[in-house]
Design a protein around this ligand. Structure first.
Ligand code: LMR
Length: 334
């Protein structure tokens, strides 16, 4: 009797151990944009690849569109380990104390994706990632989105057209200064609140890549959109460092491979997604799309490039110079 009881207990123990061994490692991946955006699609791609390459030992649970956390909360949640992965925009690292990431927010610094990749794939990108480690965060990859355009309820052709307007921005001091350079009023606000703020007139306008504008239906509550392409918005995929370092080595390697493939995918689709979104915005007829002339674009540059020098202290002159050097940028030649 005693022996059989022991056998049953042993068997039950072995069964539950087996069940525990089969439990996948769960990665909660939270983000604030719609699923059909460059970031939303890349997160889904990563989740699928992670399941495939780890043969189901890792399950990535995706929480899109701020369903779990808003901008500020998600950073805190990552550091506390309530979620394991995020892909915040580069403009959202200042509040964490990593101000150098705001170099990406400098207006008109990148003349397209090629310039940008020279920075993200080069030594500057590496140095920036290293700055996250003391915060308990590991940076895994840079993912593209695109170039931002201004929208408002009145036409935007020249910098003066935005004077006095309340413009929603992300939590970046560089973006604050950029809006002030236009003599407009910066309003920092979580992404999830922008649509309503535009609809109710809490703010007059905003800036975003068209994929974000379109998937949040912002074009339905903005009468004018000017394709200014005045600044870049992209992401860093980050993971809670303790969680990442604690993963079995083989699993971490497979996840790194899934990330390499997801990054390639993200950067392949970003421009296409933004171009498609612009086409959809045009088709909708809900907002007038204006492409500034060369002279108007130069006027925007003249108004905004002085922000670079003003932000030297905030971002760090060394970081700005390193980016200038990587892309051959001369602020005196516009
Ligand atoms: C924003 O807040 O406008 C963007 O950072 C949202 C995003 O993640 O693309």
């Amino acid at each position: 009797m005693k022996v059989s009881k022991l056998l049953v207990a042993l068997l039950a123990g072995a069964l539950s151990l087996g069940a525990a061994a089969q439990q996948p490692i769960v990665i909660k991946f939270s983000h604030v944009v719609a699923s059909d955006t460059p970031k939303g699609k890349a997160v889904e791609f990563f989740a699928e690849k992670a399941a495939e390459l780890t043969k189901g030992r890792v399950k990535v649970e995706v929480y899109a569109n701020s369903t779990l956390y808003e901008d500020k909360e998600e950073m805190e949640a990552l550091q506390l380990g309530a979620v394991q992965m995020l892909a915040p925009s580069l403009a959202k690292f200042g509040p964490l104390g990593v101000r150098e990431f705001e170099v990406f927010d400098l207006p008109y610094i990148f003349n397209g994706y090629d310039d940008l990749h020279k920075v993200t794939a080069g030594p500057v990108g590496k140095q920036l990632m290293a700055k996250l480690e003391p915060k308990g965060i590991s940076g895994l990859a840079f993912w593209d989105n695109g170039f931002k355009s201004f929208s408002a309820n009145t036409p935007i052709r020249n910098p003066d057209d935005l004077r006095g307007k309340k413009l929603r921005i992300q939590s970046s001091k560089v973006l604050e200064e950029q809006v002030r350079a236009l003599k407009a009023l910066p309003q920092v606000m979580a992404f999830s609140e922008v649509y309503q703020a535009l609809q109710t007139g809490v703010v007059d306008g905003t800036e975003n890549p068209i994929s974000n504008l379109y998937t949040q239906k912002m074009h339905e509550v903005q009468k004018h959109l000017a394709i200014t392409d005045h600044g870049y918005l992209g992401y860093v995929v980050i993971v809670n460092k303790k969680f990442w370092d604690g993963l079995p080595t083989d699993i971490r390697k497979q996840l790194e491979e899934a990330m390499v493939q997801a990054t390639r995918y993200a950067n392949q689709i970003a421009k296409i997604e933004n171009d498609n979104a612009l086409e959809q915005v045009r088709k909708s007829g809900k907002t007038a799309v204006y492409v500034p002339t060369v002279a108007e674009r130069t006027a925007f540059k003249k108004a905004l490039v002085p922000v670079h020098q003003k932000m030297e202290k905030r971002v760090g002159k060394e970081t700005i110079d390193a980016v200038y050097q990587a892309i051959n940028f001369d602020p005196n030649k516009l």
